[in-house]
Design a binder for this molecule. Structure first.
Ligand SMILES: Cc1cc2nc3c(=O)[nH]c(=O)nc-3n(C[C@H](O)[C@H](O)[C@H](O)COP(=O)(O)OP(=O)(O)OC[C@H]3O[C@@H](n4cnc5c(N)ncnc54)[C@H](O)[C@@H]3O)c2cc1C
Length: 464
């Protein structure tokens, strides 16, 4: 049922994905479509990635690739130039700008006058936490923690990364060190060696930390830096879709070797694969997906999710000075004590365990690994109501290629959808803006088929 005022789409989560989808819906649909955007934070468009105030926290994708709009690839760059007022924040589109600035850009997408209709009547922003999502034959309902119920035709979850609930003895990496003071001379153990660790090390150094910093993960791998290279053109017909992970990885290695022999850089090959990674994931046999997650994911991540060259120089300097150490190890036990915590660990490949007294342990290992253990009650309510199920790899919720949430009976919903990192089980590469912007444009097109006033039918969904 579409209400008398036209279809009402409720979006839960006003981070980058929620804003991109809102923008697309307001621009693509007839003026009768309304959007309610629910966000628990005071800011819209920032989420975890772009709320940081630390100017050292840079984008890890060059400005040229960060347009929010797939049909206007230079949109972000033009916005950046227009607000520079003669003071260049960035010399050219290859640069990496502070993430805070990018948050300003995303928020600006919802400025008044963003579409031809009277937007203020079409978009309602609600600042509250959604604690329950339900759907019936005629409506979908989002219940808020302040007791309100928002009723619409469709709900889209754009709740982003499911962060771990904080646990005793561990510092949350999203709290800057200045807000949770750590003795500047104390040893700090960081769990995880990915880009969140890089952020946290930069925050510690900015705050004048003098003590040793030990970053640990199973393999101790560090993200590779970006270089000024163009992505290679790889024809779709060359890509071994549906092959096993072993075949796929040896094909990638061969392409890299061939490219290098011609004077190219491996980054060109990795970036050249970007248009195909979602299809590669989709067609990878389940057993290969498992092997990839277990054995190759860390390798892929450090090559695929790279750091800005400016950050590389600071991290390299900290490594050379000996203040920062990367350790391939398994942390076995963390025992909080008066001075911080006593940590028991075992180095990779070694049998014996060691102990380390640190002033603080910072958990930069990222997202919740078990989707049903999510601290997000909106997502949990879907499992409890049988409106969602966990995918076979247990990395996310089961999502139909149309973005419809699949229920516990295996049926894609006509009213409940998801975008962004929550959809990783189906799309895998769906955490960065260049992928999310396409997904939001496609879902907005599907939800905007308003001529008949009907929701997409199951048959339409299964043809997507
Ligand atoms: C540290 C970091 C740096 C990154 N850097 C880049 C980069 O440089 N380039 C790039 O392309 N990508 C980057 N990414 C990837 C990033 O995930 C995406 O760019 C994008 O920010 C994802 O947005 P999102 O809205 O899906 O998720 P999030 O940013 O997680 O936002 C989700 C929003 O939903 C809200 N929310 C959640 N649950 C509820 C609820 N129940 N009720 C109400 N509100 C709710 C949250 O408060 C949050 O604002 C980075 C990610 C991280 C974590």
């Amino acid at each position: 049922m579409t209400g008398p005022g036209g279809r009402h789409v409720i979006i839960v989560g006003g981070g980058a994905s929620g804003v991109l989808l809102t923008y697309q819906l307001l621009h693509r649909s007839s003026c009768s479509l309304r959007v309610t955007l629910i966000e628990q934070r005071p800011d819209i468009g920032r989420g975890i990635a772009y709320h940081t105030g630390n100017p050292d926290h840079l984008l890890n994708v060059r400005a040229a690739n960060m347009s929010a709009l797939p049909d206007q690839p230079d949109h972000f760059w033009r916005w950046l130039v227009s607000r520079q007022d003669g003071i260049p924040i960035c010399p050219d589109p290859y640069c990496f700008v502070p993430r805070r600035v990018y948050g300003d850009y995303i928020a600006s997408l919802l400025d008044r006058g963003a579409s031809d209709c009277a937007d203020e009547q079409r978009l309602t922003i609600v600042h509250s936490r959604c604690i329950d999502v339900s759907s019936g034959p005629d409506e979908a309902v989002a219940a808020l923690e302040d007791g309100r119920r928002i009723v619409g035709d469709t709900i889209v979850l754009a709740t982003g990364h499911d962060m771990r609930a904080s646990s005793p003895g561990r510092v949350d990496p999203w709290t800057p060190p200045s807000a949770a003071p750590i003795d500047v001379n104390a040893a700090v153990l960081i769990l995880g060696t990915g880009l969140t660790m890089v952020d946290y090390v930069l925050s510690l150094l900015r705050d004048g930390h003098r003590g040793p910093i030990i970053a640990t993960s199973r393999r101790g791998l560090l993200a590779r830096p970006h270089r000024r290279v163009d992505s290679m053109r790889i024809a779709e017909a060359e890509v071994p879709f549906g092959a096993s992970i072993a075949t796929l990885l040896s094909w990638i290695r061969a392409r890299v070797a061939q490219h290098a022999a011609q004077g190219g850089d491996w980054r060109g090959v990795i970036d050249g694969l970007r248009p195909y990674t979602q299809r590669l994931w989709h067609e990878l046999p389940l057993s290969s997906k498992r092997r990839f997650l277990e054995h190759a994911r860390a390798w892929w991540d450090v090559h695929r999710h790279r750091m800005a060259p400016e950050l590389e120089s600071r991290i390299t300097a900290a490594l050379f000075s000996g203040q920062l150490n990367l350790m391939a190890a398994k942390v076995i036990k963390i025992e909080p004590n008066r001075d911080g915590a006593k940590v028991t660990y075992r180095r990779r490949g070694a049998a014996e365990t060691h102990h380390l007294q640190v002033g603080a342990v910072v958990d930069c290992t990222g997202i919740v690994k078990d989707p049903t253990a999510t601290p997000n009650s909106a997502v949990r309510s879907l499992f409890e109501r049988g409106l969602a199920c966990v995918d076979p790899l247990r990395i996310g919720i089961e999502i139909h290629p149309s973005c419809a949430i699949v229920d516990s009976e295996g049926v894609p919903s006509e009213r409940l959808f998801a975008v962004g990192p929550l959809t990783r089980a189906t799309f895998w590469e769906i955490i960065a803006i260049p992928d999310i912007r396409n997904q939001c444009a496609e879902l907005a097109a599907l939800l905007s088929r308003e001529e008949t006033g009907q929701l997409p039918t199951r048959r339409e969904l299964s043809n997507v």
